[in-house]
Design a protein around this ligand. Structure first.
Ligand code: SF4
Ligand code: SF4
Length: 446
């Protein structure tokens, strides 16, 4: 149609009302709440099971139940790289699914919002005759009291990722507000309380780095939540907007940085439009151009998302990291042995005429069981390593560090430099740890 202002696009006719469709099988909100419960339990259990946590005071890193020492930095680095790569791969393939379904910040933010609503509803129903201001004060008092108790618990769990839980429990029981650990615990509790009473999803919208990272990593096949209205069926009811905890309108774009791919707007639109005989207009989709989301010939979750060469490479790199980590962990020796000559003096002549070299011995039991380490010398006849007792008993996590004499009787024609080996055999380990070093004697003729 031509007008004075130019060409006016023709409006598509609104889709008419049809017989109601049956409700959808999958309500994402219900699925998500089950995931929230599962991930909450995992979040609480991880530090207690030593599956993954740092122990800052003891300088240990626990991964898959194995205690790694700070000296094993290469394995710790490999494990952290693997976790980082899992996060990045998840962002490339599944977008912000982690945010909506698994992130503790999201889980507790949504829980806090529901507690606030529950407190307000309960007071309104029980005391309908109270003035609105008094009801508000009562509801807020209940809400803040529940959040205060929950914050102590959450801060305890969070801090357990960095301090041994039993140690932390003792500090909590003694109401420790003096030591570094106690002050840290109190500060984390206060921050948790402020986070889940004031900030909540605001954190995801403003400062969370994962949202920005995801924006950089996603491509045309990344899973997203997509609005498509080919049939002009949208009745502009704004249910999808009202239900969105992130406060956005998914109809504006599927690439809004605030969208955490929770799927609440998918449920809302299905609920509204199915009553009018139309399927919902919002779907999970493998990229914007994927028509499967519209035709519904194949539900999106029937694919794993590894649909192009880039994703196959991601999968292979993940497998490479995982197998590298498994090999590094399997080759790890449970007892660290460090033996070296102390060259502050080259040699000493003992009162009994024997020659002695000083040897630095460091043994560390990195396993969870007690071990005995037996040491002996090869390459020097009648050598005596003055370590008492031998074998050395080490409790789990115990470190033995000492400088001891290695004594040997002089023999005619003894060379001044002797290549020797000191062997350390921990119990429960098949082969001994071998340290090669030199033993210095007086020069011939001295
Ligand atoms: S737009 Fe939809 S999927 Fe995205 S955060 Fe809001 S409700 Fe969740
Ligand atoms: S819920 Fe569906 S019909 Fe209602 S405004 Fe959103 S997209 Fe349109």
């Amino acid at each position: 149609m031509e007008t004075a202002a130019g060409t006016v696009p023709l409006r598509k006719p609104k889709a008419g009302r049809l017989p109601a469709l049956p409700p959808v099988d999958t309500h994402y909100n219900r699925v998500r709440k089950r995931f929230h419960l599962a991930f909450f339990l995992i979040f609480v259990a991880l530090p207690f099971s030593n599956l993954m946590r740092f122990d800052i005071p003891r300088q240990r890193f626990y991964f898959a139940g194995i205690e790694l020492w700070v000296s094993e930095f290469s394995i710790i680095f490999f494990a952290l790289m693997f976790l980082m790569f899992v996060v990045a791969a998840s962002a490339i393939v599944y977008g912000r699914i982690y945010c909506g379904y698994a992130c503790p910040q999201m889980i507790f933010s949504e829980w806090s919002v529901s507690v606030e609503k529950w407190a307000a509803d309960t007071i309104r129903k029980r005391f309908p005759k109270w003035p609105a201001a008094r009801r508000k004060v009562a509801a807020n008092t209940i809400f803040y009291a529940i959040l205060a108790v929950a914050s102590v618990f959450l801060a305890f769990v969070f801090t357990s990722y960095f301090v041994e839980p039993r140690d932390l429990m003792a500090r909590l029981a003694h109401f420790d507000l003096v030591t570094t650990g106690g002050i840290t615990g109190a500060s984390v509790t206060l921050i948790t309380f402020l986070d889940f009473t004031l900030v909540r999803q605001g954190f995801c919208k403003t400062v969370c780095p994962y949202g920005y990272l995801q924006g950089m990593l996603q491509d045309q096949h990344t899973l997203l939540v997509l609005y498509r209205d080919e049939t002009n069926a949208c009745i502009d009811c704004k249910k999808c907007v009202n239900v969105c905890e992130m406060g956005i309108d998914i109809r504006d774009s599927p690439y809004q940085i605030e969208c955490v791919h929770c799927g609440d707007c998918v449920d809302a639109c299905e609920d509204v439009l199915r009553k009018l005989g139309h399927p919902g207009l919002i779907h999970y989709s493998w990229g914007e151009k994927n028509t499967l989301a519209l035709t519904k010939t194949e539900p999106w979750h029937h694919r794993w998302g590894f649909r192009d060469a880039k994703r196959v490479v991601i999968l292979l790199v993940l497998l490479f990291y995982l197998s590298g980590l498994a090999v590094a962990l399997s080759m790890r020796r449970p007892v660290l042995v460090y033996i070296a000559a102390d060259r502050s003096t080259m040699y000493q002549i003992q009162p009994d005429g024997r020659v002695a070299n000083r040897i630095r011995v460091k043994l560390a039991n990195r396993s969870s069981k007690p071990v005995q380490v037996t040491l002996w010398v090869e390459g020097l006849p009648n050598a005596e390593l003055a370590i008492v007792p031998n074998p050395v008993a080490l409790a789990p996590g115990q470190l033995f560090e000492n400088t001891v004499d290695l004594r040997v009787p002089l023999w005619p024609g003894a060379p001044s430099v002797n290549q020797i080996r000191i062997l350390a055999q921990p119990s429960d380990v098949k082969s001994p740890d071998i340290s090669e070093l030199t033993f210095i004697m007086p020069s011939k003729g001295n």
